[in-house]
Design a protein around this ligand. Structure first.
Ligand SMILES: Cc1cc2nc3c(=O)[nH]c(=O)nc-3n(C[C@H](O)[C@H](O)[C@H](O)COP(=O)(O)OP(=O)(O)OC[C@H]3O[C@@H](n4cnc5c(N)ncnc54)[C@H](O)[C@@H]3O)c2cc1C
Length: 400
């Protein structure tokens, strides 16, 4: 009988736990998920929360019933440390020995750029409390319109969400007939529009440039945000941008449980894995989702991160679960799905329009990549949200 402990219960952790149970069947193997959050959260829909288009309750599901239905123990707690020698996880709910460990704790937001973040002067869309708090900032902007800055800090790796937020905000201000009073500037560490931390996609840059020109959005690429003040965003080249409202996507780093655990992660708190999502040094430790270390292959003027989005989190979770089941069955050959070779598939909501990103591999070399307006129906992301919540509520982790 093996003890499998999964840290984190959202995209990657939930998929790994459910898939491990499916692979192992109703054996005596114990699967325990420790998660700081009681609920599954469909994070991609957070971009709609500031505009009142979604409430948090519409995009979350309680985790316990899902796990109960699949013979998985759920512990609502924060994992605080992993002792690799004794194979024990410490948490706010006690200690949990493991035979196999999966780290799926997602990102911690790095607010080290002075003045950025909800405790500074810029808004944030990455967590439920921050997305809800932004409603008030947006109301203030409606009452007293002025310049808007949206963008990303150096090393940010979630550029797609920042673009989506930008275009939703533009659409929202246009609907309120305020665009002439709210000049918008996009500041990005990307070397060109539509780089997204993956080197761009065919047709991407010209399409986004045209869209920005059409919507009258100014942009500054290669920009290094060095600080934010009460009404300014300051760049490394001494440019000072006036901002009545700003939303800056931070860089992601790993969670404290990783940095507090000797030997577990990199200095930034991510888990170094091989193509099987197995730790490079410890064969019984796996990682999935944002917790996986994916060094950026790009040498850019301002550093950028690689986007670790939902689809690769799902693939990594499934691969880790499959491989743990193989090891438990004493099989040696593990499935390999290296991050860069996973196909890219993403629907980006652009306010009144949708953009589809497709590539045969997330990172180069790629034979095929394309960014195009959705030719069918501009509610693809909304449909996907409904599908994903349905799939999650039923625990159908084997579905795509
Ligand atoms: C605003 C926004 C929009 C996005 N839009 C898209 C999109 O349109 N498409 C897309 O594919 N991707 C999108 N992403 C990225 C996507 O959300 C991530 O890829 C996905 O959430 C990664 O899943 P994960 O399980 O690794 O991390 P998370 O979803 O962050 O889950 C990590 C879980 O671990 C828990 N946890 C953390 N630390 C501990 C601890 N110490 N102990 C116990 N539990 C812990 C957390 O509470 C959380 O529940 C977006 C991201 C953001 C921020």
């Amino acid at each position: 009988m093996a003890n499998i402990v999964v840290l984190g219960g959202n995209f990657a952790g939930l998929t790994t736990a459910l898939e491990a149970r499916r692979r192992l069947g109703n054996t005596y193997d114990r699967i325990i998920v420790i998660s700081r959050s009681e609920d599954f959260l469909f994070v991609p829909s957070l971009i709609w929360v500031p505009f009142g288009l979604r409430d948090i309750s519409q995009i979350s599901l309680p985790l316990k019933p899902i796990f109960d239905n699949h013979d998985i123990e759920f512990i609502h707690a924060e994992a605080t440390k992993v002792n690799i020698d004794s194979q024990v996880v410490s948490s706010t709910a006690g200690e949990f020995p493991y035979d196999y460990l999966v780290v799926a704790t997602g990102p911690k937001l790095d607010w080290s750029v002075p003045g950025t973040g909800p405790h500074g002067y810029t808004s944030c869309v990455c967590t439920p409390p921050d997305a809800l708090a932004m409603r008030e900032d947006i109301n203030k902007l409606l009452d007293s319109p002025g310049p808007v800055v949206v963008g990303a800090a150096p090393r940010a790796g979630c550029m797609g969400a920042a673009y989506e937020f930008l275009l939703n905000l533009e659409h929202f201000l246009r609907k309120h007939d305020l665009r002439k009073k709210t000049p918008i500037t996009w500041v990005t560490p990307e070397p060109f529009l539509g780089h997204f931390g993956i080197g761009g996609m065919r047709t991407g840059e010209p399409m986004i440039r045209q869209m920005f020109e059409h919507l009258d959005i100014k942009w500054i690429t290669n920009s290094e945000i060095v600080s934010a003040g009460s009404n300014t965003i300051n760049l490394g080249d001494n440019t000072e941008l006036e901002a009545s409202f700003s939303m800056i996507m931070p860089a992601f780093i790993g969670q404290d449980v990783v940095t507090n655990s000797t030997g577990l992660g990199t200095a930034a708190g991510f888990i170094p894995v091989n193509g099987a999502y197995q730790h490079q040094r410890y064969s019984n430790i796996f990682a999935a989702g944002v917790a996986v270390d994916v060094p950026s292959p790009f040498q850019t003027k301002v550093p950028i991160g690689v986007p670790k989005t939902g689809f690769p989190a799902d693939v990594a979770g499934k691969t880790a679960a499959y491989n743990i089941a193989r090891l438990i069955e004493n099989r040696k050959q593990l499935r390999q799905r290296p991050f860069g070779r996973i196909p890219g598939l993403c629907v980006m909501d652009a306010g009144s329009k949708e953009v589809i990103m497709i590539s045969n591999h997330l990172l180069r070399p790629r034979e095929f990549s394309l960014l195009l307006p959705n030719p069918f129906y501009d509610g693809g992301k909304r449909l996907f949200e409904k599908y994903f919540l349905w799939k999650t509520a039923h625990g159908y982790s084997f579905l795509p």
